[in-house]
Design a protein around this ligand. Structure first.
Ligand code: SF4
Length: 291
């Protein structure tokens, strides 16, 4: 909910970017689904729910993933080279994972534990001696963990540490803009340059994704774009060439671009396909990485 000055409230557990509607309904403005919730209902992403006339974040202090790893694993190839980050995430996703079981990726609470933002700050601080430069919010869709991520980002910035975000960008402009001053780098997932693909496979609007990308690329935040390859869905070199052409012509051929292969052994045919996709991207972008 917002306070009287219009600022998002980030009180523990209460969701930011909610507003009241008639008949005891609550509206959520965090992402372009603009869910309208009856008392007791959850939003599409399963992370926000209406209770006692207020909107709450069910994932506020819930940690599903905690992993200390090189920054290359995010992946980021041109930021804080040689550094390491504490990767973390919770549950919650507002799009359908293409090629998966048609389930909302990471939408439901799974295994995990409760944690506070100050704990994240302390863990990062203890890991500085091992090369930790900060936290990377990477699992499921971290922008749906907004309140917790915002509080961690503020704490880490105060401690002169970095905040890195991995997002698919299906979020409204205002929440993203309010997070920007605390971000150092972003991996932005662009699965395709195709509104139909986004609508049919991921069930999200493409315009909102492009708007988020524009906000980030035009900000001082370091941005690397990534296409996670999903065989049978977006592994067509022509399709990847279209993504790269858009990035190169709209922004710059120097924008770092990753093709992320599935983390399993690939067949010779799949490896060849990835190389063809890299060739297609390389026609428009100078810095293409296979991750
Ligand atoms: S963040 Fe969740 S509850 Fe809010 S509009 Fe998006 S899907 Fe709905």
């Amino acid at each position: 909910m917002r306070d009287m000055t219009g600022k998002p409230a980030v009180a523990r557990g209460e969701a930011a970017f909610g507003h009241r509607l008639p008949d005891d309904m609550l509206g959520c403005d965090l992402c372009p689904r603009f869910c309208e919730l009856k008392p007791g209902e959850k939003g599409w992403c399963q992370t926000r729910y209406s209770k006692n006339g207020r909107l709450w974040a069910a994932n506020y202090n819930w940690l599903s993933l905690l992993q200390f790893s090189p920054i290359e694993n995010v992946p980021l190839a041109e930021h804080a080279n040689g550094g390491a980050v504490l990767q973390l995430g919770s549950f919650g996703c507002n799009y359908v994972s293409p090629g998966g079981e048609r389930e909302r990726f990471g939408a439901q609470p799974g295994l995990g534990r409760s944690i506070k933002p100050i704990d994240i700050m302390n863990i990062c601080g203890n890991l500085v001696q091992h090369g930790c430069v900060g936290a990377a919010y990477t699992y499921a869709e971290p922008l749906l963990w907004y309140e917790f991520v915002m509080q961690c980002c503020m704490l880490l910035k105060q401690g002169d540490m970095q905040n890195i975000l991995a997002t698919a960008g299906f979020v409204n402009p205002r929440p993203l803009q309010e997070l920007l001053p605390y971000l150092d780098a972003v991996r932005f997932d662009l699965f395709a340059f195709d509104p139909t693909y986004y609508r049919q496979e991921m069930r999200v609007g493409f315009d909102a994704v492009l708007k988020s990308l524009k906000i980030l690329v035009e900000s001082p935040v370091h941005v690397e774009v990534a296409t996670p390859i999903i065989f049978g869905f977006n592994d067509d070199p022509q399709m990847i060439g279209t993504v790269a052409a858009y990035l190169g012509k709209t922004y710059s051929p120097e924008i770092p671009y990753h093709l992320i292969a599935p983390k399993r052994t690939l067949s010779a045919e799949q490896q060849e396909k990835i190389m063809s996709c890299a060739d297609a991207a390389g026609r428009f972008l100078h810095r293409v990485y296979l991750s």
